[in-house]
Design a protein around this ligand. Structure first.
Ligand SMILES: NC(=O)C1=CN([C@@H]2O[C@H](COP(=O)(O)OP(=O)(O)OC[C@H]3O[C@@H](n4cnc5c(N)ncnc54)[C@H](O)[C@@H]3O)[C@@H](O)[C@H]2O)C=CC1
Ligand SMILES: O=C(O)C1=N[C@H](C(=O)O)C[C@H](O)C1
Length: 233
C-alpha cells in the first residue's frame, strides 16, 4: 500500500518503520513545515499530528477521496462534524484514541467491569493516566474513552480533571519524563480495591495497530472503529 503520513513526529516515525517492515511504501510525509502538498499516489493516509492540525488534515483526505486513519487526540469536540462530513463526501474514516491491541482488550475489560459494578455504588471510581511531558492534551484520549464507558454504568455525572469534584469521575493526569502511556482504573470501597491497568512499554503497539487498521480499511467506505478492525466487542 502507498501510505501518506500526516504528522512525522514520534508516532509518524514509528509507523514508518512498521509500515516498511510490512512491505508498504511511504509516498508522502507531511509535517508542520510542509508548505503545501498534493495527496497523489496515496492509497491511505494516517494522521498522527496535533490537536490543531487534525481536522484540516482529515478534511483534506475526504476532499481527495483518500481513506484516513486518525490517531491524533485532543480534537474530539469536532468528532461529530467530521463524521457528518465523511458521510456527506462518501469518504472513509477511522478514529481510535488508542490503536494498540492491548488497550483495545483493556477497553473491553473496562466495559465489562463497569457493568459488573453497576449496582455497587459503595465503590468510588478513579482513574490515572501517565504520559511523557511533551504530550499536548490532558486527559489522554484513551482516558476519555475509558471514562465515557464507565459513565454509562456509574453514579458520576461526567469526568473531571479536578479532584475536588466528588460527584464527577476524577482522572488524575500525570506527565513524567518519557512515559509512553499508562492507564489505570480503580474501584475503591472501605473494604477493598479493584484495579485494572495497562502499561505501554514503547510506541510499537500503537503504530502496529494503526498500520493494521490502514490495511483493513482498503476498499471500504464509511466510518469505522477499532472494534470493526479487531472484530471484538
Ligand atoms: N491513537 C493512538 O494510538 C495514539 C495517539 N497518539 C496521538 O498522536 C498525536 C501525535 O503524537 P506524537 O507523534 O507522539 O507527537 P509528536 O509531537 O511527536 O508529533 C506530532 C507531529 O505533528 C506535526 N505537525 C504539526 N502540525 C502539523 C500539520 N499541520 N500537519 C501535519 N503534521 C503536523 C508536528 O510538527 C510533529 O512532528 C498526539 O495527538 C497523540 O496524543 C499518540 C500515540 C498513540
Ligand atoms: O500522546 C501520546 O503519547 C499518546 N496518546 C494517546 C492518548 O492520548 O490516549 C494514546 C497513547 O496513550 C499515547
Amino acid at each position: 500500500m502507498k501510505i501518506a503520513l500526516l504528522g512525522y513526529g514520534k508516532m509518524g516515525k514509528t509507523i514508518e518503520q512498521i509500515a516498511l517492515q510490512r512491505q508498504h511504501d511511504i509516498t508522502l510525509k507531511v509535517d508542520k513545515d510542509t508548505e503545501s502538498y498534493v495527496l497523489e499516489n496515496v492509497d491511505v493516509a494516517i494522521d498522527f499530528s496535533t490537536p490543531d492540525a487534525a481536522v484540516d488534515n482529515i478534511t483534506n483526505c475526504f476532499n481527495h477521496n483518500i481513506p484516513v486513519i486518525s490517531g491524533t487526540t485532543g480534537w474530539l469536540e469536532h468528532y461529530d462534524d467530521v463524521v457528518a462530513l465523511c458521510k456527506e463526501k462518501n469518504g472513509t474514516f477511522l478514529y481510535a484514541s488508542n490503536f494498540s491491541l492491548g488497550v483495545n482488550i483493556f477497553f473491553e475489560l473496562n466495559q465489562k467491569l463497569s457493568q459488573l459494578m453497576v449496582n455497587l455504588p459503595e465503590y468510588d471510581i478513579s482513574m490515572e493516566e501517565i504520559h511523557h511531558t511533551q504530550k499536548l492534551d490532558a486527559p489522554s484520549g484513551t482516558a476519555i474513552t475509558l471514562a465515557e464507558d464507565i459513565l454509562k454504568n456509574s453514579k458520576y455525572g461526567t469526568w473531571t480533571l479536578d479532584a475536588a469534584k466528588p460527584k464527577d469521575l476524577h482522572i488524575n493526569s500525570k506527565r513524567i519524563d518519557d512515559v509512553p502511556g499508562t492507564h489505570e482504573v480503580a474501584y475503591k470501597s472501605s473494604v477493598d480495591t479493584i484495579e485494572i491497568k495497562h502499561t505501554a512499554h514503547n510506541r510499537d503497539g500503537f503504530a502496529l495497530g494503526a498500520v493494521i487498521a490502514a490495511e483493513w480499511i482498503a476498499g471500504k467506505k464509511g466510518v469505522f472503529s477499532m472494534k470493526d478492525v479487531l472484530n471484538i466487542g
